[in-house]
Design a protein around this ligand. Structure first.
Ligand code: PMP
Length: 369
């Protein structure tokens, strides 16, 4: 047997506050149709693949040197993209990037949260927010959403005033439920937040709602908008998340970021992918059209579907979601059980994958309907 195989977690001097907790763990299974982690189903176009490959080849000649610690060229490219997408003039000083927006969120929590501090989110939302809070020993408070999972801004402001959190998390569009938060509501939340408001816009490109980036000038000491290349940009494997905020916020994050956290390979690949933004983001309209097609078909089968501004759908009507999730797996379709009573979540795939999902849904409805 391998060294240490007889030892389990209980034998380790683990932090008391981590005992009994579960890691993030969306199943990674070898299934024909994988619609469980909100990736873009369309592979990168050949031009992008060629550009990434050539860019990596060029930087590989300098792999003996550390990367640009400040990733300035990449941040300038991201400022160009996000500024163009939102109509807000942004500079590289407003942008910061890391290995996925999960790392961005962790750096924010390390900087503005931590022991003795509190973060508040509106449940159900992205499962990593409370997990990163736990990892950074930030106390987590979950405030509720409406019955239909939309965000009640008045109730949200009341929750902020009651708990006075150091960090407020708002996800728009919200994962795993799908609804975006209107700009006027975001303004109310930012005004009420005593400390930082983190607006997680991982799925921003799929939504018609204006980006919270438009509020940065109004709330420079409070607002941080987190984004990612994992979803609309079809770059989940490249691991590149970023944020937009006032330059002082970016300066503050330098206190906790590890030096050289973004490899030369990541920086070069992300810059190459950004040069092909038009091609990859072309998939957004196709995915939105597929989303609408799947909504109509799912409702036709008899499943209630929650309104979505993202590339996934939360749908319900299950007495036992875990059993229904397994029934989908029996049909070779992997979706997500987000732990919301009665509901499952599916990522909008390509047309063939969605057809397979809908065929499986009919079979599941026949078994449990
Ligand atoms: N925020 C939200 C709301 C997400 O759903 C995800 C991915 N599931 C992330 C952040 C993190 O994605 P990444 O680290 O790939 O940028």
């Amino acid at each position: 047997s391998i060294p240490g195989a007889e030892v389990d977690l209980a034998a380790l001097p683990l932090r008391e506050d981590l005992r009994g907790r579960s890691p993030y763990g969306a199943p990674q299974l070898d299934v024909a149709v994988r619609l469980n982690t909100n990736e873009n189903p369309f592979p990168p176009p050949p031009g992008l693949v060629a550009d990434v490959t050539e860019s990596i080849r060029l930087v590989a000649e300098n792999l003996h040197r550390y990367p640009d610690r400040d990733a300035l060229a990449l941040r300038a490219d991201l400022a160009g993209y996000l500024g163009g997408a939102t109509g807000v003039g942004l500079s590289e000083a407003n942008l910061w990037a890391a290995n996925g927006s999960n790392e961005v969120l962790q750096q924010i929590m390390q900087t503005f949260g931590g022991p003795g501090r509190t973060a508040l989110g509106f449940a159900p939302s992205y499962s990593m927010h409370p997990i990163i809070a736990a990892g950074t020993r930030t106390e987590w408070v979950a405030a509720p959403r409406r019955e239909d999972f939309s965000l009640d801004a008045t109730a949200a402001v009341r929750a902020i005033e009651e708990h006075r959190p150091d960090i407020v998390f708002v996800t728009s569009p919200n994962n795993p439920t799908g609804q975006a938060v209107p700009l006027d509501d975001l303004r109310l939340l930012a005004a009420a937040a005593p400390g930082i408001l983190v607006l997680d816009e991982a799925y921003g490109e799929f939504s018609p709602a204006p980006s919270g980036v438009r509020l940065l000038a109004e709330f420079p000491t409070k607002l941080i908008v987190s984004r990612t290349m994992s979803k609309a940009f079809a770059f989940a494997g490249g691991r590149l998340g970023y944020l937009a905020a006032a330059p002082a916020v970016v300066d503050a994050l330098q206190l906790v970021r590890l030096p050289y956290h973004l490899s030369v390979l990541t920086q070069a690949a992300a810059r190459a992918a950004l040069r092909h933004a038009e091609a990859t983001l072309g998939s957004v309209a196709a995915l939105v059209a597929e989303r609408e097609r799947v909504i109509v078909a799912l409702r036709g089968i008899g499943f209630p579907v929650v309104h979505s501004d993202a590339n996934f759908l939360l749908f319900g009507g299950f007495d036992d979601p875990d059993t229904a999730w397994r029934a989908y797996l029996d049909e070779d379709v992997l979706i997500r059980d987000p732990g919301i009573p009665g509901h499952l979540r599916m990522t909008v795939g390509n047309p063939a994958e969605n057809d397979a999902f809908l065929a499986a849904s009919k079979a599941v409805a026949a078994r449990f309907g």
